[in-house]
Design a protein. Structure first.
Length: 295
């Protein structure tokens, strides 16, 4: 899988990125982590997206252990991680409720923890997960810039920022935002309507699409819209001689978006990667878009 630039300022990444955002605490085992990481590498995915809270605050640490034991070179990987959302958990009794925090103290603490858990000296892309309305944005921006100057983070990104939130943070930063993770799939095309896709492209970035297969709903839901979308995908899959989930991925890649894969279903990971081998016809793309919007 040929690596591509995330943006005009960001690093080169694999066209599919694996994220641990859907991992539950009970899923965070050595055997599962080893199996998924190895499968991703076999499929050409060398870019992994973490968050400090993922898997009950355990994914980063286990991933770091697995990579260290595997002998994989750090320079052969691209690592994302993030902070901003704090979740109540036994390991953090100080958190009474889910809340946001992008203060200077929390960002620095989170970066240091992530570096330690991931067994690395630097993070390729560090992201703010949601905009914290209580933080001092000037302080937040200065903190991110100093971390970049120190070499502990190489690039800055955001997660689920609206256009206005993206613009707001950028107004305080002297360094570029290189990615915005947004939900985008054939069952959720709101990012076209709210301007997120357009603004991301205006900033010379590729949309990074979380839940590319709508968390399995395209394959498994019995609701009217998913059934209608799946029927069209299956029709096109027969024409392209592939799996319908691969066509759903091809729809995203035709747009220039990069799928952020969250499933632990190994066949589904393979289907997503296979989508990059499909050159989806323009009219097929629009036909799927129309079906997804019931037009």
């Amino acid at each position: 899988m040929e690596k591509i630039y995330l943006s005009d300022s960001g690093p080169k990444v694999s066209p599919a990125i694996y994220g641990f955002y859907r991992w539950e605490e009970k899923e965070v085992t050595v055997s599962r982590m080893e199996r998924i990481v190895q499968l991703c590498l076999e499929q050409g995915i060398n870019t992994f997206d973490h968050g400090d809270t993922y898997g009950g605050y355990a994914c980063e640490d286990l991933f770091g252990q697995v990579i260290k034991q595997s002998g994989i070179k750090r320079e052969d990987l691209v690592l994302f991680t993030k902070c901003g959302i704090n979740l109540p958990h036994a390991s953090h009794p100080e958190y009474r409720v889910k809340h946001f925090d992008t203060s200077r103290e929390h960002i620095i603490h989170s970066v240091e923890n992530s570096l330690r858990k991931l067994r690395t000296d630097y993070i390729d892309v560090f992201l703010l997960n949601q905009l914290d309305p209580l933080s001092n944005l000037e302080e937040t921006a200065i903190t991110l810039e100093k971390l970049k100057d120190s070499g502990k983070i190489k690039n800055v990104g955001v997660v689920n920022f609206s256009v206005f939130q993206h613009q707001l943070l950028s107004a305080y930063l002297r360094i570029p935002v290189v990615t915005n993770h947004i939900e985008l799939n054939l069952l959720n095309t709101a990012a076209f309507d709210n301007g997120q896709v357009d603004y991301i492209k205006q900033k010379y970035m590729r949309p990074l699409a979380t839940s590319p297969l709508a968390e399995g709903e395209i394959a498994n839901s019995i609701e009217k819209t998913p059934l209608r979308v799946r029927a069209k995908l299956e029709e096109l899959a027969a024409r392209y001689n592939t799996h319908f989930e691969s066509v759903a991925t091809a729809w995203l890649f035709r747009l220039g978006a990069l799928p952020l894969v969250g499933t632990t279903n190994e066949d589904r990971i393979r289907n997503i990667v296979a989508g990059f081998n499909i050159s989806l016809d323009r009219q097929d793309w629009y036909e799927l878009y129309a079906v997804s919007r019931n037009e």
